[in-house]
Design a protein around this ligand. Sequence first.
Ligand SMILES: [Zn+2]
Length: 144
Amino acid sequence: MIQATRHAEMEAVDVLLELWQKRGLSMPEVSERFSRCKLYVTCEPCIMCAAALSILGINEVCYGCANEKFGGCGSILSLHSSSFEPSTSDGGRVSQGKGFRSTGGIMASEAIKLLQCFYEQGNPNGMRFIGFICSTYLISASQL
Ligand SMILES: [Zn+2]
């Protein structure tokens, strides 16, 4: 079940993991498949999603509009860059991401309109969810 409150990137990853689990793929096979995936999202992945995608080793992320508050592919942090070295606030180490290619600004004005439409129609109370990023996704891979 797809939930509107979950980030699109995590929905996409869950769809793939479920598919590959049903096929009985091993962890190295799953990792290899992620390395061939391209993810298309409406909005730049947030910091959390960009870090997760980097750790998973996804090949490429293409997005429409920038996420100027929480973007992890250049707007706030550049977690897509394999040279980015994450650490915890106490200086501890976290899993090193593999990095991925990132291309933004694809049909950016259309992406912004899509998100505006979602917020206007998706919330009957007219409230704005500050910090909530809605994004749609499309996965492309040579052999899922
Ligand atoms: Zn996210």
